[in-house]
Design a binder for this molecule. Structure first.
Ligand code: SAM
Ligand code: DTB
Ligand code: SF4
Length: 327
Protein backbone atom coordinates (compact mmCIF):
# COMPACT_ATOMS: atom_id res chain seq x y z
CA UNK A 1 0.00 0.00 0.00
CA UNK A 2 1.36 3.46 -0.87
CA UNK A 3 1.70 6.23 1.66
CA UNK A 4 -0.12 9.52 1.23
CA UNK A 5 1.55 12.22 -0.85
CA UNK A 6 1.72 14.70 2.03
CA UNK A 7 3.61 12.36 4.40
CA UNK A 8 7.36 12.89 4.49
CA UNK A 9 9.49 9.83 5.17
CA UNK A 10 12.46 11.25 7.01
CA UNK A 11 16.09 10.21 7.40
CA UNK A 12 17.26 13.16 9.49
CA UNK A 13 15.66 12.64 12.91
CA UNK A 14 17.56 14.05 15.86
CA UNK A 15 17.88 11.96 19.03
CA UNK A 16 15.91 14.66 20.92
CA UNK A 17 13.03 14.42 18.44
CA UNK A 18 12.98 10.63 18.73
CA UNK A 19 12.99 10.75 22.53
CA UNK A 20 10.11 13.26 22.38
CA UNK A 21 8.09 10.89 20.16
CA UNK A 22 8.93 7.95 22.44
CA UNK A 23 8.12 9.72 25.71
CA UNK A 24 4.80 11.37 24.76
CA UNK A 25 1.68 10.14 26.59
CA UNK A 26 1.26 6.45 25.79
CA UNK A 27 -2.19 6.76 24.24
CA UNK A 28 -1.09 9.61 21.95
CA UNK A 29 1.95 7.57 20.92
CA UNK A 30 -0.10 4.47 20.13
CA UNK A 31 -2.66 6.52 18.20
CA UNK A 32 0.06 8.21 16.13
CA UNK A 33 1.82 4.91 15.39
CA UNK A 34 -1.44 3.18 14.51
CA UNK A 35 -2.38 5.96 12.13
CA UNK A 36 1.00 5.68 10.34
CA UNK A 37 0.62 1.90 10.29
CA UNK A 38 -2.86 2.08 8.69
CA UNK A 39 -1.69 4.58 6.05
CA UNK A 40 1.19 2.42 4.88
CA UNK A 41 0.03 -1.16 5.49
CA UNK A 42 -2.89 -3.53 5.62
CA UNK A 43 -2.98 -3.91 9.41
CA UNK A 44 -4.40 -7.42 9.13
CA UNK A 45 -1.28 -8.59 7.31
CA UNK A 46 0.90 -9.99 10.11
CA UNK A 47 3.92 -11.83 8.74
CA UNK A 48 4.88 -15.17 10.28
CA UNK A 49 8.64 -15.66 10.23
CA UNK A 50 9.98 -19.07 11.30
CA UNK A 51 13.46 -19.27 12.78
CA UNK A 52 16.02 -22.08 12.76
CA UNK A 53 19.51 -22.22 14.25
CA UNK A 54 21.57 -23.91 11.49
CA UNK A 55 24.84 -23.71 13.48
CA UNK A 56 24.59 -23.48 17.24
CA UNK A 57 27.00 -22.28 19.93
CA UNK A 58 30.77 -21.95 20.12
CA UNK A 59 30.81 -18.39 18.75
CA UNK A 60 34.07 -16.43 19.26
CA UNK A 61 32.24 -13.13 19.88
CA UNK A 62 31.48 -12.04 23.45
CA UNK A 63 27.97 -10.52 23.06
CA UNK A 64 26.78 -10.34 26.70
CA UNK A 65 23.20 -11.26 25.91
CA UNK A 66 23.96 -14.31 23.81
CA UNK A 67 23.87 -17.92 25.03
CA UNK A 68 25.86 -18.96 21.96
CA UNK A 69 29.05 -17.10 22.86
CA UNK A 70 31.96 -19.42 23.71
CA UNK A 71 32.98 -16.81 26.32
CA UNK A 72 29.99 -17.69 28.52
CA UNK A 73 31.09 -21.10 29.75
CA UNK A 74 28.35 -21.43 32.38
CA UNK A 75 25.57 -21.55 29.78
CA UNK A 76 24.08 -24.99 29.30
CA UNK A 77 23.95 -25.38 25.55
CA UNK A 78 24.88 -28.19 23.17
CA UNK A 79 27.04 -27.02 20.32
CA UNK A 80 25.87 -28.23 16.93
CA UNK A 81 27.98 -27.72 13.80
CA UNK A 82 26.38 -26.70 10.51
CA UNK A 83 23.23 -28.75 9.92
CA UNK A 84 22.81 -30.90 6.83
CA UNK A 85 20.95 -29.11 4.03
CA UNK A 86 18.32 -31.86 3.85
CA UNK A 87 17.52 -31.44 7.57
CA UNK A 88 17.25 -27.66 7.20
CA UNK A 89 14.92 -28.02 4.23
CA UNK A 90 12.78 -30.56 6.10
CA UNK A 91 12.38 -27.99 8.91
CA UNK A 92 11.55 -25.33 6.30
CA UNK A 93 8.85 -27.57 4.82
CA UNK A 94 7.31 -28.10 8.26
CA UNK A 95 7.34 -24.34 8.86
CA UNK A 96 5.73 -23.71 5.47
CA UNK A 97 2.99 -26.24 6.24
CA UNK A 98 2.39 -24.52 9.58
CA UNK A 99 1.80 -21.24 7.72
CA UNK A 100 5.19 -19.46 7.79
CA UNK A 101 5.74 -16.73 5.17
CA UNK A 102 9.46 -16.32 5.79
CA UNK A 103 12.14 -18.79 6.88
CA UNK A 104 15.09 -17.28 8.78
CA UNK A 105 18.30 -19.24 9.34
CA UNK A 106 20.75 -18.14 12.02
CA UNK A 107 24.34 -19.23 12.55
CA UNK A 108 26.64 -18.60 15.51
CA UNK A 109 29.51 -17.30 13.43
CA UNK A 110 31.56 -14.10 13.80
CA UNK A 111 31.69 -13.93 9.97
CA UNK A 112 30.13 -15.98 7.23
CA UNK A 113 32.60 -18.78 6.33
CA UNK A 114 34.15 -19.41 2.93
CA UNK A 115 34.20 -22.69 1.01
CA UNK A 116 31.92 -25.69 1.36
CA UNK A 117 30.04 -24.35 4.37
CA UNK A 118 29.07 -21.19 2.53
CA UNK A 119 28.08 -23.27 -0.53
CA UNK A 120 25.83 -25.33 1.76
CA UNK A 121 24.11 -22.16 3.04
CA UNK A 122 23.52 -21.12 -0.60
CA UNK A 123 21.83 -24.51 -1.20
CA UNK A 124 19.61 -23.94 1.86
CA UNK A 125 18.59 -20.52 0.53
CA UNK A 126 17.76 -21.94 -2.91
CA UNK A 127 15.71 -24.74 -1.32
CA UNK A 128 13.69 -22.35 0.85
CA UNK A 129 12.96 -20.06 -2.11
CA UNK A 130 11.81 -23.05 -4.18
CA UNK A 131 9.19 -23.71 -1.49
CA UNK A 132 7.76 -20.24 -2.12
CA UNK A 133 8.84 -18.68 1.19
CA UNK A 134 10.96 -15.59 1.73
CA UNK A 135 14.47 -16.58 2.88
CA UNK A 136 16.56 -14.66 5.40
CA UNK A 137 19.93 -15.57 6.89
CA UNK A 138 22.06 -14.13 9.67
CA UNK A 139 25.64 -15.36 9.48
CA UNK A 140 27.66 -12.54 11.04
CA UNK A 141 29.94 -10.25 9.05
CA UNK A 142 29.76 -10.51 5.29
CA UNK A 143 31.97 -9.54 2.34
CA UNK A 144 30.67 -7.94 -0.87
CA UNK A 145 31.30 -11.13 -2.81
CA UNK A 146 29.42 -13.26 -0.28
CA UNK A 147 26.51 -10.82 -0.37
CA UNK A 148 26.38 -11.05 -4.18
CA UNK A 149 26.45 -14.86 -4.05
CA UNK A 150 23.51 -14.81 -1.62
CA UNK A 151 21.62 -12.55 -4.04
CA UNK A 152 22.29 -15.01 -6.87
CA UNK A 153 20.95 -17.85 -4.70
CA UNK A 154 17.70 -15.88 -4.32
CA UNK A 155 18.08 -14.65 -0.72
CA UNK A 156 15.36 -12.16 0.22
CA UNK A 157 16.95 -10.44 3.22
CA UNK A 158 20.03 -10.48 5.45
CA UNK A 159 19.63 -9.99 9.21
CA UNK A 160 22.38 -8.11 11.00
CA UNK A 161 21.33 -6.20 14.12
CA UNK A 162 22.84 -3.05 15.59
CA UNK A 163 21.52 -4.34 18.93
CA UNK A 164 21.79 -1.02 20.81
CA UNK A 165 22.95 2.58 20.47
CA UNK A 166 26.62 3.34 19.71
CA UNK A 167 27.38 4.75 23.18
CA UNK A 168 26.18 1.62 24.98
CA UNK A 169 27.60 -0.88 22.49
CA UNK A 170 30.98 -1.39 24.18
CA UNK A 171 29.20 -2.29 27.43
CA UNK A 172 27.62 -5.23 25.63
CA UNK A 173 30.19 -6.43 23.08
CA UNK A 174 33.96 -5.92 23.02
CA UNK A 175 35.07 -8.26 20.23
CA UNK A 176 33.77 -6.12 17.36
CA UNK A 177 32.89 -2.47 16.82
CA UNK A 178 29.79 -0.60 15.78
CA UNK A 179 31.69 0.33 12.61
CA UNK A 180 32.17 -3.38 11.79
CA UNK A 181 28.42 -3.77 12.04
CA UNK A 182 27.73 -0.75 9.82
CA UNK A 183 30.22 -1.98 7.22
CA UNK A 184 28.34 -5.29 6.84
CA UNK A 185 25.06 -3.39 6.57
CA UNK A 186 26.56 -1.35 3.73
CA UNK A 187 27.70 -4.56 1.98
CA UNK A 188 24.13 -5.90 2.27
CA UNK A 189 22.78 -2.74 0.64
CA UNK A 190 25.49 -2.58 -2.06
CA UNK A 191 24.49 -6.10 -3.14
CA UNK A 192 20.81 -5.12 -3.33
CA UNK A 193 19.65 -7.42 -0.53
CA UNK A 194 16.81 -6.37 1.74
CA UNK A 195 18.17 -5.26 5.09
CA UNK A 196 16.74 -6.74 8.28
CA UNK A 197 18.22 -4.78 11.15
CA UNK A 198 17.05 -3.98 14.65
CA UNK A 199 18.06 -4.49 18.24
CA UNK A 200 17.35 -5.57 21.78
CA UNK A 201 15.77 -3.67 24.65
CA UNK A 202 16.17 -4.57 28.32
CA UNK A 203 19.97 -4.80 28.53
CA UNK A 204 20.29 -1.81 30.89
CA UNK A 205 20.40 0.82 28.14
CA UNK A 206 18.68 4.21 28.44
CA UNK A 207 15.82 5.53 26.32
CA UNK A 208 18.42 7.79 24.70
CA UNK A 209 20.46 4.70 23.68
CA UNK A 210 17.34 3.18 22.13
CA UNK A 211 16.63 6.45 20.33
CA UNK A 212 20.25 6.62 19.12
CA UNK A 213 19.90 3.17 17.57
CA UNK A 214 16.64 4.15 15.88
CA UNK A 215 18.26 7.35 14.60
CA UNK A 216 20.95 5.31 12.83
CA UNK A 217 18.40 2.87 11.41
CA UNK A 218 16.17 5.70 10.17
CA UNK A 219 19.27 7.36 8.66
CA UNK A 220 19.52 4.57 6.07
CA UNK A 221 17.99 5.55 2.74
CA UNK A 222 15.90 3.59 2.06
CA UNK A 223 15.03 2.52 5.59
CA UNK A 224 15.68 -1.13 6.54
CA UNK A 225 12.94 -3.27 5.01
CA UNK A 226 12.48 -5.05 8.32
CA UNK A 227 13.28 -4.07 11.88
CA UNK A 228 13.25 -6.78 14.56
CA UNK A 229 12.65 -5.45 18.06
CA UNK A 230 13.83 -8.07 20.56
CA UNK A 231 13.42 -7.93 24.30
CA UNK A 232 16.28 -9.55 26.13
CA UNK A 233 15.83 -13.24 26.88
CA UNK A 234 17.97 -13.37 30.02
CA UNK A 235 19.68 -16.74 29.76
CA UNK A 236 21.32 -18.35 32.79
CA UNK A 237 25.10 -18.29 32.52
CA UNK A 238 25.25 -15.12 30.38
CA UNK A 239 26.48 -11.84 31.93
CA UNK A 240 22.92 -10.45 31.60
CA UNK A 241 21.26 -13.43 33.33
CA UNK A 242 19.89 -11.30 36.18
CA UNK A 243 18.39 -8.50 34.12
CA UNK A 244 14.72 -8.03 34.81
CA UNK A 245 12.20 -8.37 32.02
CA UNK A 246 11.33 -4.97 30.56
CA UNK A 247 7.91 -3.51 31.26
CA UNK A 248 5.80 -4.58 28.25
CA UNK A 249 4.75 -0.91 27.86
CA UNK A 250 8.40 -0.02 27.20
CA UNK A 251 8.28 -2.53 24.35
CA UNK A 252 5.05 -0.96 23.08
CA UNK A 253 6.74 2.47 23.15
CA UNK A 254 9.78 1.15 21.25
CA UNK A 255 7.64 -0.53 18.61
CA UNK A 256 5.43 2.53 18.17
CA UNK A 257 8.46 4.82 17.80
CA UNK A 258 10.00 2.43 15.25
CA UNK A 259 6.75 2.43 13.26
CA UNK A 260 6.52 6.25 13.25
CA UNK A 261 10.15 6.67 12.14
CA UNK A 262 10.13 3.89 9.53
CA UNK A 263 6.60 3.76 8.08
CA UNK A 264 7.31 1.23 5.30
CA UNK A 265 9.26 -1.30 7.39
CA UNK A 266 8.08 -4.66 8.65
CA UNK A 267 8.45 -4.11 12.38
CA UNK A 268 8.94 -7.52 13.97
CA UNK A 269 7.84 -8.34 17.51
CA UNK A 270 10.79 -10.68 18.05
CA UNK A 271 12.49 -12.42 21.00
CA UNK A 272 10.75 -12.14 24.36
CA UNK A 273 7.24 -12.64 23.00
CA UNK A 274 6.68 -15.76 25.11
CA UNK A 275 6.78 -13.61 28.26
CA UNK A 276 3.95 -11.38 27.00
CA UNK A 277 0.26 -11.91 27.50
CA UNK A 278 -1.91 -12.23 24.42
CA UNK A 279 -3.24 -8.74 25.16
CA UNK A 280 0.23 -7.18 25.40
CA UNK A 281 1.11 -8.78 22.06
CA UNK A 282 -2.03 -7.34 20.50
CA UNK A 283 -1.10 -3.92 21.87
CA UNK A 284 2.27 -4.27 20.11
CA UNK A 285 0.40 -5.01 16.86
CA UNK A 286 -1.86 -1.99 17.41
CA UNK A 287 1.30 0.09 17.97
CA UNK A 288 2.65 -0.90 14.56
CA UNK A 289 4.28 -4.32 14.70
CA UNK A 290 3.38 -6.40 11.64
CA UNK A 291 5.57 -9.46 11.89
CA UNK A 292 6.30 -12.08 14.53
CA UNK A 293 8.66 -14.99 14.96
CA UNK A 294 6.44 -18.01 14.62
CA UNK A 295 7.23 -21.52 15.85
CA UNK A 296 8.06 -23.10 19.18
CA UNK A 297 11.73 -22.12 19.20
CA UNK A 298 13.74 -18.99 18.48
CA UNK A 299 17.40 -19.96 17.98
CA UNK A 300 18.21 -21.66 21.29
CA UNK A 301 15.38 -20.47 23.58
CA UNK A 302 11.64 -21.08 23.66
CA UNK A 303 9.20 -18.94 21.71
CA UNK A 304 5.45 -18.59 22.30
CA UNK A 305 3.99 -22.05 21.71
CA UNK A 306 1.60 -23.19 19.02
CA UNK A 307 -1.50 -23.02 21.28
CA UNK A 308 -0.70 -19.48 22.41
CA UNK A 309 -0.27 -18.43 18.78
CA UNK A 310 -3.50 -20.12 17.75
CA UNK A 311 -5.23 -18.11 20.49
CA UNK A 312 -3.54 -14.92 19.26
CA UNK A 313 -4.54 -15.38 15.62
CA UNK A 314 -8.01 -16.54 16.61
CA UNK A 315 -8.50 -13.31 18.57
CA UNK A 316 -7.27 -11.23 15.60
CA UNK A 317 -9.46 -12.92 13.00
CA UNK A 318 -12.85 -11.62 11.90
CA UNK A 319 -15.82 -13.12 13.74
CA UNK A 320 -17.98 -15.28 11.55
CA UNK A 321 -21.45 -13.78 11.07
CA UNK A 322 -23.99 -15.50 13.32
CA UNK A 323 -26.39 -17.80 11.43
CA UNK A 324 -29.75 -16.12 10.82
CA UNK A 325 -32.69 -17.73 12.48
CA UNK A 326 -35.58 -18.10 10.02
CA UNK A 327 -38.69 -16.23 11.22
N1 SAM B 1 26.03 -14.44 14.87
C1 SAM B 1 25.27 -13.59 14.06
C2 SAM B 1 25.24 -12.16 14.53
O1 SAM B 1 25.37 -11.93 15.73
O2 SAM B 1 25.07 -11.28 13.69
C3 SAM B 1 23.84 -14.06 13.86
C4 SAM B 1 23.09 -14.71 15.00
S1 SAM B 1 22.74 -13.70 16.44
C5 SAM B 1 22.14 -14.88 17.57
C6 SAM B 1 21.33 -12.75 15.92
C7 SAM B 1 20.72 -11.77 16.87
O3 SAM B 1 19.98 -12.45 17.86
C8 SAM B 1 21.62 -10.87 17.66
O4 SAM B 1 22.10 -9.79 16.93
C9 SAM B 1 20.69 -10.39 18.76
O5 SAM B 1 20.03 -9.21 18.38
C10 SAM B 1 19.70 -11.54 18.89
N2 SAM B 1 19.83 -12.22 20.19
C11 SAM B 1 20.76 -13.11 20.55
N3 SAM B 1 20.61 -13.52 21.82
C12 SAM B 1 19.53 -12.85 22.29
C13 SAM B 1 18.87 -12.83 23.56
N4 SAM B 1 19.30 -13.55 24.58
N5 SAM B 1 17.78 -12.04 23.70
C14 SAM B 1 17.35 -11.28 22.65
N6 SAM B 1 17.95 -11.27 21.45
C15 SAM B 1 19.03 -12.03 21.27
C1 DTB C 1 16.60 -11.30 15.64
O1 DTB C 1 16.57 -10.06 15.68
N1 DTB C 1 16.17 -12.09 16.61
C2 DTB C 1 16.37 -13.48 16.28
C3 DTB C 1 16.89 -13.41 14.83
N2 DTB C 1 17.05 -12.01 14.62
C4 DTB C 1 18.03 -14.19 14.40
C5 DTB C 1 17.18 -14.20 17.27
C6 DTB C 1 16.65 -14.16 18.69
C7 DTB C 1 17.48 -15.04 19.53
C8 DTB C 1 16.97 -15.16 20.95
C9 DTB C 1 17.82 -16.00 21.81
C10 DTB C 1 17.96 -17.43 21.39
O2 DTB C 1 16.94 -18.10 21.13
O3 DTB C 1 19.10 -17.91 21.33
FE1 SF4 D 1 27.97 -14.90 18.20
FE2 SF4 D 1 25.89 -13.67 17.07
FE3 SF4 D 1 25.70 -14.66 19.58
FE4 SF4 D 1 27.22 -12.53 19.16
S1 SF4 D 1 24.99 -12.67 18.84
S2 SF4 D 1 27.81 -14.33 20.35
S3 SF4 D 1 28.01 -12.94 17.10
S4 SF4 D 1 25.99 -15.83 17.71
Amino acid sequence: MNGPTNFTVRHDWTIEEIVAVHDQPLLDLIAQANSVHRRFHDVNDVQKAALLSIKTGGCPEDCSYCPQSAHHREVKLDRVDLMETTDVLAAAKTAKEAGADRFCMGAAWRSAPEGKRFDAVLDMVRGVREMGMEACVTLGMLTDLQARRLVDAGLTAYNHNLDTGPDYYADIITTRTYQDRLETLRAIRRAGLEMCCGGIIGMGESVRDRAAMLQILAGFDPHPESVPINTLVAVEGTPLENREMVDPMDLVRMIATTRILMPHARVRLSAGRSALTREAQILCLVAGANSIFYGEKLLTTANADEHEDDALFHALAAREAPARVAS
